[in-house]
Design a protein around this ligand. Structure first.
Ligand SMILES: Cc1ncc(COP(=O)(O)O)c(C=O)c1O
Length: 374
């Protein structure tokens, strides 16, 4: 095994594609998902400290054993208030929320129809469920309709993201929901990049008037705009009850730490009370896109195609050296095989930071950086 691991590592080094896990302090942050700047907000820290005092640092057990605390219940109520959904169930991450809901809804008799650009956690959940599945081209509702009309399975779930994580574009949610209603299917929308950003912060599903409707359910992360850690599934009380009893990543996983639950609940309240935060992140995303000569996207993510993985790594390194952290997206993290640098706007970036960052991005892209030979 060791010699194989060494040979894989050597290939990554030769191609300049080594992923790193060092802290990145002192850079202008266009890489994190802290869209509203709430991860550093003292109100979240105070809520986390209160929950730790009251409940301890760890949840101690699965939610279905004795891991449920008032912090978890408060979080689920706060998420329902924010998104307008009837019920919420908190998971220990967005990843486990997606695995949990997809495996609990899947299996024999369920067909998953999923967009080609959905996140790895959704793909993994579909695979783990051992259901029949059809991939449809990105945002192609005609292909969704064809798959729904041709299905032989009694149940179907259409899986989309409200704002896609790599390209930052939006899904046609209202039309997708209408199709699901017509064919008696469930639309499952991952709002990881929508909540806190779209629809005054209440998410794209709420903005489309779909919150609380029978054919639509939502998954969310608490680790991006909500500045904490964890995930959730939002939908009907019937769905929540099914997940509590069947979702393996809920039942066989220690509950979210009370501090994370309380911080996310505090954030959900702030997002609801201060819609200007969501407006600000979209405004900053637009400023950044225009300054970098790209088309503004639907959300906080601006994605700039740069071609090869090596060039993405080189541009990212040049920007780090210039004091700007950006996301480096390359296979297998890019659905269409096109490597990109990803810029994420945040509500708390100043205009001076946006100008400085955009100038650095433009310089890095224009500096004729040569591709690293494979
Ligand atoms: C679309 C999408 N879904 C789910 C996740 C997973 O969320 P978490 O980081 O909370 O596990 C992410 C995170 O990158 C994401 O972008």
């Amino acid at each position: 095994m060791d010699s194989w691991l060494r040979s894989r590592a050597a290939v990554r080094v030769r191609r300049g594609l080594v992923r790193r896990t060092e802290p990145q302090a002192g850079l202008i942050d266009l890489a994190s998902n802290d869209y509203l700047g709430l991860a550093g907000d003292p109100r979240l820290a105070a809520a986390a400290a209160r929950a730790t005092d009251e409940h301890g640092t760890g949840a101690r057990a699965s939610r279905v054993v004795c891991g449920t605390t008032g912090a978890h219940q408060g979080l689920e109520r706060a998420l329902c208030r924010l998104t307008g959904q009837d019920a919420a169930l908190a998971f220990s991450s967005g990843y486990t929320a997606n695995l949990g809901v997809l495996t609990a809804l899947g299996g024999p008799g369920t067909l998953f129809i999923y967009d080609a650009h959905v996140h790895a956690s959704l793909l993994d959940g579909i695979r783990l469920s051992r259901s029949e599945a059809v991939e449809v081209p990105h945002n192609d509702l005609a292909a969704v309709a064809t798959a729904l009309a041709a299905r032989g399975q009694p149940r179907a779930v259409v899986v989309l993201e409200s704002i896609y994580s790599v390209l930052g574009d939006a899904a046609p949610l209202a039309e997708a929901a209408a199709l699901c209603a017509e064919f008696d299917a469930l639309l499952l929308v991952d709002e990881a990049h929508g909540i806190g950003v779209a629809g005054d912060g209440r998410g794209a599903v709420h903005a489309a008037g779909l919150a609380g409707t029978r054919h639509v359910a939502v998954t969310a992360t608490l680790s991006k705009a909500l500045g904490s850690q964890g995930g959730a599934v939002l939908g009907s009380t019937l769905l929540r009850e099914h997940l509590v009893n069947t979702a393996r990543t809920f039942i066989f996983d220690t509950a979210l730490a009370p501090a994370a639950a309380a911080a996310a609940a505090e954030a959900a309240g702030i997002v609801l009370a201060e819609p200007e935060l969501a407006h600000r992140v979209l405004r900053n995303a637009q400023v950044l896109a225009l300054a970098c000569g790209t088309e503004p996207s639907a959300g906080a993510v601006q994605s700039i195609p740069v071609g090869s993985p090596e060039r993405a790594a080189t541009v990212t390194a040049a920007l780090r050296a210039a004091g700007v952290a950006v996301g480096c997206f390359r296979p297998p993290s890019v659905p269409d095989g096109v490597s990109r640098v990803r810029l994420t706007a945040r509500a708390n970036l100043t205009d001076a930071e946006l100008r400085r960052a955009a100038a650095s991005v433009n310089r890095a892209l224009e500096s004729g950086l040569q591709e690293v030979p494979a």
